[in-house]
Design a protein around this ligand. Structure first.
Ligand code: NAG
Ligand code: NAG
Length: 193
C-alpha cells in the first residue's frame, strides 16, 4: 500500500515538472506572439518569432536569462505599426522594453505596471495616445523612462519611480500636463482618451 502511494507520488511529481517548465516558457512565447499578431511588420523583424518552439529565447530581438525567462525586448527603429498588447505584462522578468522609433499607436497597457523587474521603458518616437498608466509609478527598479515624441495626454504621475524622471522623458506630448501642476490638479484621466 505504502509502495503504491510512493509510486503514485513519483508519477505525479514527474508529470508535474514535465508540464510546468514548458508551460511557464510558453506563457512568455504566447505573450510575445500576441504582440507579433498585433503589429504590422514591414521589415519582417519578427519573422523568427515561431510560437511552436518551446520558448522564445532563440527568437531575434529577445534576450532571456539562465532560466529561459525573457529579460529584454529590443525592437527599436523596427518600423512596427500597431498596438501594444496587455499580454506584455506576463513577461515577469522583463528588464528592458525597447520599442522606440516605431509607429506604435493606442495606449500604453497598464499591465506594464506589473513588470516588477523593469529597469528601462523606452517608447519615444511613436504615436501612442491615452494617459501614462499610474501603475508605472509602482515600479521601484524603473531607472529609465522615455515616452517623448508621442501623443499622450492626462497628467504625469509624480510619485514612486517618477520622482527620478525629468521633463526630457515626456517632451513633445502636447496634451500631457506637466508634473509642475502637482498639488493643483487631481490625477485625472477622465478627459483623456
Ligand atoms: C498618428 O496617428 C494619427 C491618427 O491615427 C495620424 O493621423 C498621424 O498621421 C499619426 N502620426 C504619425 C507620426 O504616425
Ligand atoms: C513630436 O512627436 C511626433 C510623434 O512622434 C513627431 O511626428 C514629431 O516630429 C515630433 N516633433 C518634434 C518637434 O520633435
Amino acid at each position: 500500500m505504502a509502495m503504491h502511494n510512493l509510486v503514485q507520488a513519483l508519477v505525479f511529481v514527474a508529470v508535474f515538472f514535465n508540464t510546468l517548465a514548458p508551460t511557464v516558457a510558453n506563457v512568455e512565447g504566447d505573450a510575445l506572439y500576441a504582440l507579433r499578431r498585433s503589429v504590422k511588420d514591414p521589415k519582417n523583424v519578427l519573422k523568427s518569432w515561431d510560437p511552436t518552439l518551446v520558448d522564445p529565447c532563440t527568437w531575434f530581438h529577445v534576450t532571456c536569462d539562465a532560466d529561459n525567462r525573457v529579460t529584454r525586448l529590443d525592437l527599436g527603429n523596427a518600423k512596427l505599426k500597431g498596438r501594444l498588447v496587455p499580454q506584455l505584462g506576463k513577461l515577469e522578468r522583463l528588464q528592458y522594453l525597447e520599442l522606440y522609433m516605431n509607429n506604435l499607436e493606442g495606449s500604453i497597457p497598464e499591465e506594464i505596471g506589473g513588470l516588477k523587474s523593469l529597469v528601462s521603458l523606452d517608447l519615444y518616437n511613436n504615436n501612442l495616445t491615452g494617459s501614462i498608466p499610474a501603475s508605472l509609478s509602482k515600479l521601484s527598479n524603473l531607472n529609465f523612462l522615455d515616452v517623448s515624441n508621442n501623443d499622450l495626454c492626462g497628467t504625469i504621475p509624480t510619485t514612486g519611480s517618477f520622482s527620478k524622471f525629468s521633463e526630457e522623458s515626456f517632451k513633445n506630448n502636447s496634451r500631457l500636463e506637466g508634473p509642475e501642476l502637482m498639488g493643483f490638479v487631481r490625477y485625472d484621466t477622465g478627459r483623456c482618451k
